[in-house]
Ligand binder design. Structure first.
Ligand SMILES: *Cc1c(COP(=O)(O)O)cnc(C)c1O
Length: 216
């Protein structure tokens, strides 16, 4: 399938389920070649996601334009290699990472705090109850803007389980927004992948991250 055909299918399914409040689609290009990423750009995709530093830098250099999301876990020692080239970081999940961003960034970086809603040991992200105190502790950081929260749902085809995971992230997002902290507007929700994006969209996702079903 061409990216264009896949994008049309995704957009139509989103329109049917969510009407006008459609989330922004991030094309996750981590599995694919630069040519396939360029095909996505030509098909009208403007947001790109990569989960590794090397892949990110290669795609960013090869694509003439685009909004770039770093969606993988970021090692502290690699912050300096990418932090000033990304548009969004989806994986802020610890204090040491925040400190390194504060030190290396030359502008406020749009960050999502990654939350392990499902509590699976294999998943990255903070425990839900740690999120509010963590965001409060970032109050004095000049170079971090908490734009929203991100999660990866459990690998499951149980719709109710997925839905409750996404709904919990939305509730937590509202709690953070209610802090009214100037560097934490927390209006965005990054949730939903190829297998669960429609459920995530129904639960209020503003960014969905799609690899396999869009460019795979
Ligand atoms: C790979 C990846 C995705 C996309 O996964 P698909 O199931 O291929 O759509 C989304 N988010 C993150 C964080 C990823 O690592």
């Amino acid at each position: 399938m061409t990216v264009k055909e896949n994008l049309k299918t995704i957009n139509e399914s989103l329109a049917a389920r969510t009407g006008s409040s459609r989330p922004t689609v991030i094309a996750v290009t981590k599995y694919v070649t630069i040519d396939r990423a360029k095909e996505a750009l030509n098909a009208g995709v403007t947001h790109f996601g990569e989960n590794r530093v090397e892949g990110f830098l290669a795609k960013k250099e090869a694509l003439p334009e685009g909004i770039f999301h770093f969606i993988g876990s970021l090692q502290t020692r690699k912050v300096k290699d990418v932090i000033n080239s990304i548009d969004y970081l989806h994986s802020l999940d610890r204090w040491s990472l925040a400190e390194e961003i504060e030190k290396r960034a030359d502008h406020p970086v749009k960050c999502f705090v990654q939350v392990n809603v499902s509590g699976e040991a294999s998943k990255h992200g903070m425990a839900p109850e740690a999120v509010v105190p963590f965001v409060q502790s970032l109050k004095a950081f000049q170079q971090i803007e908490v734009v929203g929260l991100m999660t990866m749902a459990p690998f499951s085809d149980n719709e109710e389980e997925l839905r409750s995971c996404f709904a919990a992230l939305r509730t937590l997002k509202d709690e953070v927004a209610d802090l009214k902290q100037s560097n934490a507007p927390c209006t965005e929700l990054s949730m939903g992948m190829s297998n669960d994006y429609l459920i995530a969209a129904e639960e209020g996702a503003t960014f969905i991250r799609i690899g396999t079903k869009l460019v795979g």
